[in-house]
Ligand binder design. Structure first.
Ligand code: PHE
Length: 455
């Protein structure tokens, strides 16, 4: 299979697992998951989310990695290589667009995270819950600082991508991930021992069965599952393309899914017990600000809370960085591989486009909300972007990937690639069945159900 000689491969299989987990674990787990649980009605959302992860996302993760390892190409060329002369390359192109779209709002929230390192370290966000909430809304309404922070995040990401320091990602993630998990466990223990924690726990774990008939809960859970695992936009095809033939896919995928899902679940064990210990807390009303208002209050109940808070936001910012790297890598590697742009040009142009698109998301919480003048839309620009890209573009990308692997490239060819050097594969017949039937039908019905509920 044609592959550019200088594309490089991962240092080792554990290096790949680290980098792919670094892509998966990020704001999606700590910021996105609790926010979505809060808006999707608690336990019901969690239940649907877990079903989506195991029945839909796991098989698609395996499929994306198989495409990448087979072709050693970026997404557009991957589809084009496996089915030349057809329109399937468009599935890869959708991923390139989605990467740009997601990065444009993701970098704004990553910017908030960077600022909160300073705010917690300097004890700027402390005091009564109302004061902490007021601080968040005033901070996010300050256009110049949110735009500036977004720029810093994008510049840092571009710098890493430009250096092509893949070994750097591996090394950072190796330290980052265990440290992050330890800190999250400590915070969860503290949150669970606060007064009122039981109410939060019940909200988080006891599904309200009436919500199981709500198409929007399904749509949000599916979108969140794709977002959290970096699926449906070619990030995992790209990362798989740096895999050596000897590297196992199935057991790597198991690791990535378990790590990503446990970190998201852990975040819920922190936010809801801590949130419900605050008087008058409503998980549904805080929107994107949920973690930025609940966590500072949790830190204030801890001895050495400032240090805890600072360390937490440093680790979160680094986890976000290993995700923004993979988001930028998809469009950049596309222009390098398919258009033969020099890497610096690709990085510069894509970063500039992302930054331009990010400005309305960064400003949307201030006086300049571009959307309030449009009748029928009552969200801010950032939330709208997150909904469009996460809840529609990613599942659409996943649907195309499942159809492609299941019916076009075909399961037997995919399995040939998957089993070529594989010592272990869970169940080939089940994987084939899920990728051919369950993934496409489930994604399609959720998308149709959502559109139907909107009109
Ligand atoms: N999975 C990342 C997170 O949870 C976000 C991401 C989505 C990264 C899609 C790459 C591709 O934060």
């Amino acid at each position: 299979m044609a592959s550019t000689p200088d594309r490089g491969t991962w240092g080792s299989r554990s290096g790949f697992i680290l980098a792919a987990s670094g892509s998966a674990v990020g704001l999606g787990n700590i910021w996105g998951f609790p926010t979505q649980v809060g808006q999707g009605g608690g336990g019901a959302f969690v239940l649907v989310y877990l079903v989506c992860i195991f029945l839909i996302c796991f098989p698609i993760l395996v499929a994306e990695l198989a495409i990448g390892r087979r072709t050693h190409q970026s997404p557009v060329l991957s589809f084009a290589t496996l089915r030349p002369g057809t329109a399937w390359w468009l599935a890869g192109a959708l991923g390139v667009l989605t990467g740009v779209g997601i990065l444009s709002f993701y970098s704004v929230i990553a910017g908030w995270t960077v600022a909160y390192i300073w705010f917690t370290a300097s004890a700027t966000v402390t005091g009564e819950p109302e004061a902490i909430e007021k601080f968040f809304s005033e901070f996010t309404a300050n256009g110049p600082s949110t735009v500036g922070l977004t720029f810093v995040v994008l510049l840092t990401t571009a710098g890493v991508i430009l250096g092509g320091v893949r070994s750097g990602i591996e090394r950072v993630t190796k330290v980052l991930m265990p440290a992050f998990i330890v800190l999250l466990v400590v915070l969860a223990v503290r949150a669970l021992t606060l007064p009122g924690a039981a109410v939060g726990l019940a909200y988080y774990l006891r599904p309200d069965l009436t919500r199981l008939f709500d198409a929007n809960v399904f749509n949000a859970a599916l979108g969140q599952a794709f977002f959290s695992l970096s699926l449906g936009m070619g990030a995992m095809i790209t990362y798989g393309s740096y895999l050596d033939r000897r590297d196992g896919i199935a057991n790597s995928a198991v690791w990535i899914v378990l790590l990503d899902t446990s970190i998201a679940l852990l975040a819920g064990f922190i936010i809801f017990p801590a949130g419900f210990s605050i008087d008058g807390f409503n998980p549904n009303s805080s929107g994107p600000g949920l973690i930025f208002t609940v966590l500072p209050q949790l830190f204030s109940t801890l001895p050495g809370g400032q240090l805890f808070g600072m360390t937490f936001f440093v680790l979160l910012a680094m986890a976000a960085l290993t995700s923004t790297i993979s988001l930028l890598e998809v469009p950049v590697s596309h222009f390098v591989d398919a258009r033969h742009w020099p890497r610096p040009k690709a990085v510069g142009v894509v970063t500039l486009v992302v930054f331009t698109l990010a400005v309305p998301s960064a400003l949307g919480n201030g006086e300049i909300n571009f959307l309030t003048s449009i009748p029928g839309i009552d969200t801010d620009f950032l939330t709208l972007m997150a909904t469009v890209w996460n809840n529609f573009a990613l599942p659409m990308g996943g649907l195309l990937t499942a159809l492609f692997v299941g019916w076009v490239w075909r399961v037997d060819h995919a399995l040939e690639e998957l089993l070529a050097h594989e010592a272990w594969f869970p169940n080939t017949a089940l994987w084939g069945f899920l990728i051919r039937w369950i993934c496409p039908l489930a994604i399609l019905s959720i998308i149709i159900g959502t559109v139907y509920s909107m009109v």
